[in-house]
Ligand binder design. Structure first.
Ligand code: PMV
Length: 353
C-alpha cells in the first residue's frame, strides 16, 4: 500500500492517576504499576497532515524527519525538540516516518499554562494519528493491535500518555493480579467496576498556573538512589491490589484512603529525594484541610488527588455533584488562581474526528 498524502484528526484526553507512576527505568519502563481515570473534557485535539516526500527533489535528499508544528493555529518552535525526540524514539516501530513531511496542528480544550500537564493528552493524540497512517499502510491490522501499539508509542512520548488511549480506567505496568498488564502499554482495567464509580467526577482546582520548578523527567530520575524507592514501588503494587476489590465492591471509604495516601506519597517522594523539592503551595494544603472538614461534617465521600504540581483534583461520585459544587464554589474557589476550576469526569479515551 502506498499513500501520497492526506490527513487524520484525533482527540485524546488527559488522565488522572489513582496509583501514581513515579520512577522509571530505561525506555520509559515504569518502576511500578499505576492506574488512572481517563478524563473527558480536558483533551488535546490534533490534526496530522502528511505528504510523501519527493526523494528526487534536492530539498528532501537528506531524508531526515520533517515536520511543522502549529499550536492553536500558530507555529510553535519550542515544542519541536520534544517531537523530534519522540520521532527518534519511535522510528524503529514506524519505519515510514522519514518518508513524509508532516504538519501537526494541535490545540487543547483546557487553558494553556493552567498547570494541567498536556504531555499525556498531546502525546496520545499524536500517537493515534500516526497509528492511523500506519493502519492505512497496513489495512489488515486488528483493532486490538491498533490501540495497543498506539498506547505503546504514546508511552515513548510521555509515560503517562499510554493511559490516555482507550478505556475509562486504565492500568499500566506489570501487576501480578491484573490480567494482561504490561510495562510497555496501558490496558483497559479488565474486571468489574461498581456503579459507584460510574461517571465519577473530577473537579480540577487551578491553584497555581505557573511553570513547574521541577519537571516530571527530573522527578522520575530522582527515584534512582532514593532512600524509600523500593518500599514505595512495593506499596504501589499493594495499593493496586486493594483497588481491584474496591472497584468490585464499591467501598468508597476504602477508595478514598488509597487515593489520598497515593497523592501524599507522591509528594512525600519529592520531599525526600536529594535534591528535595515541594510542588504543593499553601493553598493546596488549605484546600486539602477544607475537603477533610467537609467530608467529616457531611459524610459525603469526596477526596483529593494531586499530580506533579499544586493543583488539586477533587474526586467524587456523580450523585453528590450538586452539594460538592456548592461547597467548591463557596469554600474552595477562593484558593484558586483567578477563581478558576475545571469540571471534568471519567471519559472513554481517544476519539477519531
Ligand atoms: O508521564 P510523566 O512522565 O509526565 O509522569 C507523570 C507522573 C504523574 O503525573 C505525577 C503520576 C502519574 O501516574 O500520572
Amino acid at each position: 500500500q502506498t499513500i501520497e498524502n492526506g490527513s487524520f484528526e484525533w482527540s485524546a484526553p488527559s488522565n488522572i492517576a489513582l496509583v501514581k507512576y513515579w520512577g522509571k527505568k530505561a525506555n520509559q519502563i515504569p518502576a511500578n504499576p499505576s492506574i488512572s481515570f481517563t478524563l473527558k473534557n480536558c483533551k488535546t485535539i490534533t490534526k496530522l497532515a502528511f505528504e510523501k516526500k519527493n526523494i528526487s527533489t534536492s530539498l528532501d535528499v537528506t531524508h531526515e524527519f520533517s515536520f511543522d508544528l502549529l499550536f492553536e493555529g500558530k507555529p510553535k518552535e519550542d515544542f519541536k525538540p520534544k517531537i523530534q525526540k519522540f520521532f527518534e524514539r519511535i522510528e524503529q516501530y514506524l519505519p515510514f516516518l522519514k518518508d513524509y513531511h508532516f504538519t501537526i496542528d494541535t490545540q487543547n480544550t483546557f487553558p494553556h499554562s493552567s498547570g494541567i500537564a498536556s504531555s499525556a493528552s498531546g502525546m496520545a493524540a499524536l500517537a493515534m494519528n500516526l497509528m492511523s497512517l500506519e493502519k492505512a499502510l497496513h489495512p489488515e491490522m486488528t483493532e486490538d493491535y491498533f490501540y495497543q501499539k498506539a498506547s505503546f508509542l504514546a508511552r515513548l512520548g510521555s509515560g503517562s500518555a499510554c493511559r490516555s488511549v482507550k478505556g475509562e480506567v486504565v492500568a499500566w505496568g506489570q501487576q501480578a493480579n491484573i490480567n494482561g498488564t504490561s510495562d510497555e502499554f496501558g490496558i483497559e482495567f479488565p474486571y468489574t467496576i461498581h456503579d459507584n464509580f460510574k461517571n465519577y467526577q473530577d473537579t480540577i482546582l487551578l491553584v497555581d498556573k505557573g511553570e513547574k520548578q521541577v519537571s516530571s523527567t527530573v522527578g522520575h530520575d530522582l527515584m534512582h538512589n532514593h532512600p524509600f524507592a523500593e518500599r514505595r514501588f512495593a506499596q504501589a503494587h499493594e495499593n493496586l491490589d486493594k483497588l481491584i476489590s474496591i472497584f468490585e465492591n464499591g467501598n468508597l471509604e476504602a477508595f478514598i484512603e488509597i487515593i489520598e495516601s497515593e497523592a501524599l506519597t507522591l509528594h512525600a517522594m519529592m520531599m525526600t529525594s536529594m535534591p528535595y523539592f515541594i510542588l504543593m503551595k499553601p493553598n493546596t494544603l488549605e484546600i486539602i484541610n477544607k475537603i477533610w472538614n467537609f467530608r467529616k461534617e457531611t459524610k459525603i465521600p469526596i477526596c483529593f488527588t494531586l499530580d506533579a504540581g499544586a493543583n488539586v483534583h477533587v474526586l467524587y461520585p456523580q450523585n453528590v455533584i450538586e452539594k460538592v459544587l456548592q461547597f467548591i464554589q463557596k469554600e474552595l474557589i477562593g484558593y484558586c488562581q483567578n477563581a478558576q476550576y475545571i469540571c471534568d469526569e471519567i471519559g472513554m479515551g481517544a476519539m477519531q474526528l
